[in-house]
Design a protein around this ligand. Structure first.
Ligand SMILES: NC(=O)C1=CN([C@@H]2O[C@H](COP(=O)(O)OP(=O)(O)OC[C@H]3O[C@@H](n4cnc5c(N)ncnc54)[C@H](O)[C@@H]3O)[C@@H](O)[C@H]2O)C=CC1
Ligand SMILES: N[C@@H](CC=O)C(=O)O
Ligand code: NA
Length: 821
């Protein structure tokens, strides 16, 4: 015997009822015996309640609702039944509606809606749907008969939430099924008293009916047919990657429903649980999908966590004070007082110091709870032994649920690590000793972010979505987006890393798409749909979106965003940038950013600040962290200047070579930042700081090789012209060097904590002599690399290599966020 239950959406229209019929036909063909519990057509129960309420205040609109309900059922009858069968069924339903109308008129006249009459009003929904469905099934070759559950399900007189008399009910059900050959189509949700008064079974009533019938009949299984594929790992409206669990245990189902999973209401399925009858959640509109099996077995042995649930709105109250320590009876008084007023406590934690007890309640009970508790402890409060309690609001509970958690160490660590890395502050923690559920109280604004971060951490191991916000869509920015687009599939398939570019901006426009910007579109196409650009607004939006695993990528050369880095990192958003301004400004800022990032457990990454994509900063850190001491750094740190002086020979034009460097994408947006030595000074300053020297920008000795006319030129264009006028300045230096067999190189050095940058003539035996293209070369002399220094050499500027360096850091951040610790 199978017990099937079809909920409101499954019987909500003629079309859905046809699907139900297909399912039952296939069961019949397999020779299965079935009992079928049905709900009212979707929306009908709510309308019935509204009719009762309206009637009770004399609002005649109940008649409009009545008409709507009539129309819904009549049109289902007309669509489903053969013409010959329509009239009798229309008449049967009309009789029921007339009866209902009489009842409503009575309610209206009396201006009174008792729970007793409301139960009767509500019963009409199931009484009509079951009649139509039974008739239709029979017509389609599935012999069925309507069973009005009031004839078998016997209850007490607690209207609205009637208690079932199982002794009588079970005997009635068994007897009825013994005598019936057809498929009974049973009205869910309702029963009746000994005296024949109609009752309803409370929240989740049709599920309860299914459990009552299933348990009474010792059904092989109970199938709850609904409009979703089963119990999911999280609310799919919040988590795009939520998926259906094929198997969970009764206890897990209970915990998940407590925290908001709405597919079933397991407490009502208790009769089935007690008899260990397996339960299946199936989708009427996707019947071939396996659905979720709920039974004694937890299944999914590989999954320690089965679900992420949340209670959106709770209030937290804390009773604390020195007067509580070692005093017995405090918690019994506290919870006794709350229980007396019927206030349900959602979560409790107590520190082992016994100094405080924190508990959570639904927000609507917060003020009442506060008053009650302050009243209960009035003596202790006035004696100063206990503090008067306050309620904290706008909080949520987020829970991870799973039976296998207890056998798996590290779950709590993984949970709190995922929350911590996303900057989600945990206000209270509770773990049931069953270890079935670990709950945390967090700010309400972070719920969606938390659910997503935890879902990724537990279900998509090695799968994560990184949400990228890119400010500055110039040369490096466009190359980066191109590289991300080209590598997206590989990263997703091989590393489980999805890069979602959510926000982009240049100086004129900014654009956001939470689902990920289509990177196959051009910059113009994307920004066409955007709004006016504003750095502060861009950053505010990044913060407001509050997405998990967010990375801010600053591909500008300006300081607007830099001034907000601290703010961004403080929001637990990682930053990755080729922009050197943050690290080459005041030492205080440099240090502060390092500290904030460490404190917030996010990454601040800037390898491309020196040598573009070449590994320079990271090996320097490795040296320092492993205990080496940096004695000296010497290097060619500018790709632009390297290219210029590597190419500059007799017969060439200096100004033309500068233009070439700019075209090749080596220069800063304003090439004077390169030629003035500023860019190189910034780089040696950053290296000095990374090596552990506390240096300010002013302490660097900088040789500016630019004539004043070039410095003063108002625009980049005019500067390039001025450069042509001053060719001789450069030529003289180049010729003088050449006469000594030397070449010019713009060199940076750091020795004894002193940094300087300037143009040097180097002879053929010098390693810098043989550089070519945009090569950078950094020579580290350290305590360990003393006789033979450590050398890093390669192209130190250019769009591809720089963007690749930024991209690599974005991936590093993704890997960092994916791993638990
Ligand atoms: N070109 C190279 O080889 C290397 C460049 N870098 C750095 O990369 C950064 C970007 O350089 P490029 O792409 O070459 O410069 P670019 O001038 O081509 O691009 C910068 C972009 O940022 C935009 N922008 C500026 N301020 C903005 C703001 N407040 N909001 C929105 N957009 C803004 C501009 O409209 C422009 O589109 C610079 O910081 C540079 O120092 C670092 C290493 C190597
Ligand atoms: N303009 C810079 C770019 C890299 O930082 C350079 O030329 O090195
Ligand atoms: Na680098």
């Amino acid at each position: 015997m199978l017990l099937l239950k079809f909920g409101g959406t499954s019987v909500g229209s003629a079309e859905s009822i046809r699907e139900v019929c297909k399912i039952l036909k296939s069961y019949k063909e397999e020779g299965k015996r079935c009992g079928i519990v049905v709900s009212a057509m979707s929306g009908v129960t709510n309308k019935l309640i509204a009719m009762g309420q309206k009637a009770s205040v004399g609002d005649e609109h109940y008649l409009t609702l009545l008409k709507e309900v009539e129309e819904l059922h009549f049109s289902a009858i007309r669509e489903l039944l053969l013409v010959s069968a329509q009239s009798p069924m229309l008449a049967q339903v009309k009789r029921l509606l007339n009866e209902l109308e009489d009842l409503l008129r009575g309610i209206s006249m009396l201006r009174e809606l008792s729970l007793r009459s409301l139960d009767t009003v509500q019963s009409f929904g199931e009484r009509m749907s079951s009649a139509i469905i039974a008739q239709y099934l029979t017509q389609e070759g599935v012999p069925a008969i309507q069973l009005d559950a009031r004839t078998v399900v016997k209850t007490n007189r607690s209207f609205g939430y009637a208690k079932v008399d199982f002794l009588k009910t079970n005997a009635n059900i068994v007897r009825y099924f013994e005598d019936t050959k057809e498929y009974p189509v049973i009205t869910g949700f309702i029963g009746s008293t000994e005296e024949g008064e109609t009752t309803t079974l409370g929240r989740g009533g049709s599920d309860y009916s299914a459990a009552i019938f299933g348990a009474a009949l010792d059904a092989e299984s109970i199938e709850i047919w609904t409009d979703v594929d089963g119990v999911m790992t999280a609310d799919p409206r919040v988590v795009k990657d939520a998926f259906t669990l094929s198997q969970i245990s009764y206890e897990e189902a209970m915990e998940m429903s407590h925290f908001g999973a709405k597919v079933i209401y397991p407490p009502t399925l208790q009769p089935a649980f007690q008899k260990k009858i397996p339960l299946y959640i199936k989708n009427t509109f996707n019947p071939s999908f396996i659905g979720t099996r709920i039974s004694v077995e937890t299944g999914h042995n590989d999954l320690p966590v089965k679900g992420i649930s949340s209670i959106k709105d709770i209030a937290l109250l804390t009773l604390k004070g020195s007067g509580m320590v070692g005093v017995s009876g405090v918690s019994s008084r506290l919870f006794g007082a709350l229980a007396k007023e019927d206030i349900s406590v959602v979560l409790i934690t107590q520190a082992s110091s016994e100094h405080s007890i924190t508990f959570a309640v639904a927000p609507e009970f917060a003020s009442k709870a506060q008053t009650i508790v302050n009243q209960e402890f009035i003596g202790e409060i006035s004696a100063g032994k206990i503090d008067a309690i306050e309620a904290e609001r706008d909080l949520s509970v987020i829970a991870i649920i799973g039976e296998n958690m207890k056998a798996t160490p590290g779950i709590a660590a993984a949970k709190f690590s995922a929350l911590g890395k996303n900057g989600i502050n945990v206000r209270a923690i509770a773990q049931g000793s069953s270890e079935l559920n670990i709950s945390a109280v967090i700010p309400q604004r972070d719920v969606a972010k938390a659910v997503n971060a935890l879902h990724e951490a537990f279900f998509l191991s090695n799968k994560m979505t990184l949400n990228v916000f890119m400010l500055g869509w110039g040369l490096i920015g466009s190359t980066l987006l191109k590289q991300i687009k080209e590598q997206a599939q590989y990263l997703q398939e091989e590393q489980g890393l999805k890069i979602n570019v959510v926000g982009v901006a240049n100086t004129s426009k900014m654009y956001f798409d939470e689902n990920g910007i289509d990177l196959s579109l051009s910059k113009e196409e994307v920004l066409a749909a955007g709004e006016s650009s504003d750095t502060l607004k861009f950053i505010e939006r990044v913060k407001a979106l509050n997405l998990p695993n967010s990375v801010f990528v600053d591909c500008t050369a300006g300081k607007d965003a830099v001034e907000r880095y601290k703010d961004i990192l403080s929001e637990s958003i990682s930053i990755c940038t080729p922009n050197k301004l943050a690290n080459s400004g005041p030492l205080r800022v440099y240090k502060e950013l390092q500290q904030v990032a460490a404190y917030r457990k996010v990454k601040f990454m800037y390898e491309t600040n020196v040598g573009a994509g070449l590994p320079v900063i990271s090996p320097l850190n490795d040296l320092k962290n492993s205990g080496d001491r940096i004695l000296k750094i010497e290097g060619i740190l500018s790709g632009t200047l390297s290219y210029i002086f590597n190419s500059y020979k007799l017969g060439t034009s200096f100004a033309q070579i500068v233009k070439d460097a700019k075209e090749k994408g080596f220069t800063e947006p304003d090439p004077r930042d390169d030629l003035s030595g500023t860019d190189v000074a910034r780089k040696i300053l950053i290296l000095a700081r990374e090596a552990g020297f506390d240096i300010e920008p002013e302490e660097i000795e900088v040789e500016n090789i630019l004539p004043q006319e070039c410095v003063d030129a108002p625009t980049v264009e005019e500067f390039l012209t001025a450069l042509t006028n001053n060719e001789h300045v450069f030529e003289e230096r180049m010729v003088a060097a050449a006469e000594d067999g030397k070449v010019l190189r713009f060199v940076a050095s750091l020795e004894d904590g002193k940094a300087k940058v300037g143009l040097k003539a180097v002879a053929e035996d010098h390693p810098f002599y043989h550089l070519s293209g945009s090569d950078n070369m950094v020579v580290f002399t350290t305590r360990r690399y003393c006789s033979e220094p450590l050398v890093v050499k390669g192209p130190g500027a250019g769009a591809e290599v720089t963007a690749a360096g930024v991209f690599a850091e974005i991936i590093t951040i993704g890997n960092y966020l994916t791993h638990a610790q």
